[in-house]
Design a protein around this ligand. Structure first.
Ligand SMILES: [Zn+2]
Length: 217
């Protein structure tokens, strides 16, 4: 399993398994939906296998995929591994990607949006700091490689994006950072529906700019 330069690979495999179980237990993942990945030192990625439940992953069965999308070892990778690769390509500092089909975020992805460049209001400072602007990526059939190209177009300028009628993709410098940002996004989506049609007072443009200055992403 371990190769030169990847002394942490065993620890990363264990962290993916632990994180998958946590997300499943928290109800953020169901069935075989969702996938997690981390980037190794050689540029290849460890990604959760196709048709696997995040609640019952096994360290040695995680898939390893090369930069150019070849399956190197482990079980066959998630069909969605290709858009993880597109995010890593566009975000050199990213070392982890979390993609789930969590209920409230997916509900936001199914709404009509007048402005698809940012589909959740800045309700809290933590949403602005951890998630930032959340663009809606147009719908593509599952497995369609055109989805990776669409994701690539948004990934350079955004650490989080929302796939229409599907769910969010969130990148981070570590798996823990990506998970925390994902959870913040899901909580904001929950608040968005809880507030519903009541008159809301999201953060002002000035407050958002102030946060961006103090906590650049
Ligand atoms: Zn998906």
């Amino acid at each position: 399993m371990s190769r030169t330069g990847d002394i942490n690979e065993a620890a990363l495999r264990a962290e993916i398994v632990r994180t998958g179980a946590l997300l499943y237990a928290r109800g953020l993942a169901h069935g075989s939906a969702g996938n997690l990945s981390v980037r190794l030192d050689d540029g290849s990625i460890l990604v959760t296998p196709t048709n696997s439940s995040l609640g019952s992953l096994t360290p040695e069965r995680l898939s390893r995929v090369s930069v150019d999308g070849r399956h190197l070892d482990g079980d066959p990778p998630s069909k969605e591994a290709f858009f993880h690769l597109a995010v890593y390509e566009e975000r050199p500092a990213a070392r982890a990607v979390v993609h789930l089909h969590s209920t409230h975020a997916v509900a936001v992805s199914c709404l009509c949006h007048a402005d698809s460049s940012n589909v959740l209001p800045p309700l809290t400072a933590y949403h602005v700091m951890r998630v930032g602007r959340l663009p809606l990526v147009p719908y593509f059939r599952p497995g369609d490689r055109a989805l990776a190209e669409a994701v690539r177009g948004f990934a350079r300028g955004h650490k989080a994006m929302l796939l229409a009628n599907h769910g969010p993709i969130v990148a981070g410098a570590t798996l823990q950072e990506a998970v925390q940002a994902y959870e913040e996004l899901e909580e904001t989506a929950k608040l968005f529906f809880l507030i519903g049609n009541r008159p809301a007072a999201p953060l002002t443009c000035e407050a958002v700019e102030d946060l961006q200055r103090h906590f650049p992403s």
